[in-house]
Design a protein around this ligand. Structure first.
Ligand SMILES: [Zn+2]
Length: 165
């Protein structure tokens, strides 16, 4: 993946693969609950408080709890959990909350982009994606089918396929 920013995608990709290997996860949908449990992290689904409607998730580091929005789709929840796990595995110190819509302004922290990158590499690892595309004879135009197989939001799958060589 080529990128103009400073984020070390290769390093993040490697980290995500290490986690998949450690938990012996070889097939989609990637079992993020198993990973969280193995790390001693609890996942709680809540209704975000008033004024935080735009927040999809956050990580309570001292108590090791990932909070996600209860009313989100399963695909969105999966991504939110993977994003928060990104903060955990990338050893981020003070992650901010996960906003529903990625903010492109300067305030959107590098850590957030790194956690998003980790989430994608964890949920749609390149090797697994190519495996399933071969297995079911799918192409990039089958992004909706692939999003369904991997249990991720369609937009996330479209972005991933855009970078696929
Ligand atoms: Zn975050």
């Amino acid at each position: 993946m080529q990128s103009s920013n400073k984020i070390e995608h290769n390093k993040i990709e490697y980290k995500a693969y290490t986690v998949l290997e450690a938990y012996n996860i070889q097939n989609p949908v990637v079992d993020v609950a198993k990973i969280a449990k193995g790390e001693g992290i609890e996942i709680k689904e809540i209704e975000m408080p008033t004024g935080y409607d735009n927040v999809a998730g956050f990580y309570d580091k001292p108590n090791k709890v990932i909070y996600i929005e209860k009313s989100d789709s399963p695909q969105r929840k999966l991504f939110s959990i993977a994003h928060e796990l990104g903060h955990v595995f990338l050893n981020h110190q003070n992650p901010t909350v996960l906003f529903r819509i990625t903010r492109e302004d300067g305030n959107y922290q590098e850590q957030e982009s790194e956690a998003n990158s980790f989430a994608i590499h964890l949920l749609v690892p390149g090797f697994m994606l190519q495996d399933y595309m071969r297995k079911y004879n799918l192409s990039k135009s089958d992004y909706k089918v692939l999003a369904n197989i991997f249990g991720v939001p369609i937009s996330a799958m479209e972005n991933t396929l855009a970078y696929l060589k």
